[in-house]
Design a protein around this ligand. Structure first.
Ligand code: ADP
Length: 365
């Protein structure tokens, strides 16, 4: 720092002033102010210019803009300020309820994406949310554990990739190297089994496969591992729900009543094994005709909202039916990577941010 001319010394801004100003800014979701929450990581003062780094609990924070505006407003009350720069970093925390020995090394949060039954778009939502979280700056993995119908290889355009490579740790343990696609790491049961051979999964096989997924995949470091669960509440789904160190589960449903009835069973399954519910995503919620812009509630309306209210769970978002969502899945380029209006990338991203926020809130609960 150079010598300041004498007359400027009276208006020199101090770090104390910066911290005092920022201590008036509340963390909108978790409560408390940014300073006592130790979210201010770096303060630089250069004459009238202040630069501050704020550490969030997720890079996908939906309230980033609000926090930024509040910090700027607070800092501008300091006499002599000319410029304010707010930068963000993130430190994703783990749900403290998960026992240390169950944690997957280097993986902070494991999120189950589940559904009461097949065909509601669970895999589509899981893949798009995983990529959306990574687009927000998080380190993300996707585990396709839908052992009866692994669809991630198709959704991400990775059919026929064959078995991933394996290396030996210094301790002699085999470690599977996950594939990387669109910024996320991924493993699918589809890569590990022969697509042509139907597999009859029995308890010990599921347990063994699970062990491999948890212990023998080189996932680390990840902020979020999204798990595409088998639909329903059968043995395999239950074994997974019980054995994965889940931070929480997200339920995907469609507005039809039948789908929502099955959803209750899926939620009960997670409740029974003490996995917290992160919320509900309503997929295929409505259709907007591309030619007229008219909205059609093809499968009825309000089912998921009613269910969310009855069960006291957040409805994290509603994803419309979109031709480009379907086309993206078939072509192996998920909707969030395209900008077609009916790919609803922004809707998926908004759901991803809500999900990340909910996980942060739970980690601090
Ligand atoms: P699940 O995993 O629940 O069995 P999938 O994700 O495989 O369901 O989706 C079933 C079908 O519905 C796929 O063809 C997929 O492309 C399509 N789909 C899913 N979500 C949407 C959506 N929002 N709009 C249009 N098609 C969708």
């Amino acid at each position: 720092m150079g010598f300041l001319p004498r007359r400027d010394q009276g208006t020199k801004i101090s770090e104390d002033q910066v911290y005092a100003a920022l201590s008036t800014v509340q963390e909108p979701e978790l409560g408390g102010d940014l300073v006592s929450r130790k979210m201010i990581k770096n303060v630089q003062i250069d004459g009238g210019k202040i630069a501050v780094t704020v550490e969030l609990t997720t890079p996908a924070c939906p309230l980033k803009d609000e926090i930024q505006a509040d910090c700027e407003r607070a800092l501008r009350t300091i006499p002599g300020v000319t410029d304010v720069t707010i930068e963000f970093t993130a430190n994703v925390r783990r749900n403290a309820g998960i026992p240390e020995q169950a944690v997957i090394p280097g993986v902070t949060n494991v999120i189950a994406v589940a559904a009461g039954k097949g065909g509601v778009g669970k895999s589509t939502v899981a893949a798009n949310l995983a990529i959306a979280l990574s687009q927000e700056g998080a380190r993300v993995g996707l585990l396709d554990a839908d052992i009866h119908g692994p669809s991630v290889p198709i959704l991400l355009g990775m059919r026929g990739m064959g078995q991933p490579e394996v290396f030996q740790t210094p301790g002699g343990e085999p470690m599977i190297i996950p594939y990387e696609r669109y910024g996320i790491k991924l493993i699918s049961v589809g890569f590990l089994i022969d697509e042509q051979q139907p597999v009859i999964w029995r308890g010990p096989m599921v347990t063994q496969m699970l062990r491999q997924f948890i212990r023998n995949v080189n996932w680390a470091p990840l902020d979020y591992l999204v798990v595409d669960m088998p639909p329903g509440t059968g043995d395999v789904a239950l074994t997974l729900a019980q054995s994965l160190p889940l931070s929480g589960a997200l339920i995907v449903t469609t507005p039809q009543m039948m789908a929502t009835a099955d959803v209750v069973k899926a939620i009960q399954m997670f409740n029974r094994v003490n996995v917290p519910m992160l919320g509900i995503v309503e997929n295929m919620a409505y259709f907007i005709a591309p030619d007229t812009g008219n909205r059609y509630d093809i499968f009825g309306t309000g089912g998921a909202a009613r269910l969310a209210q009855e069960l006291d769970l957040p409805l994290l978002g509603q994803i419309p039916l979109g031709m480009s969502v379907r086309a993206g899945s078939d072509e192996g380029v998920p909707a969030v990577l395209t900008d077609a209006p009916d790919a609803y990338a922004e809707v998926f991203r908004a759901v991803a941010r809500q999900l990340a926020a909910r996980i942060s809130v739970m980690a601090f609960a």
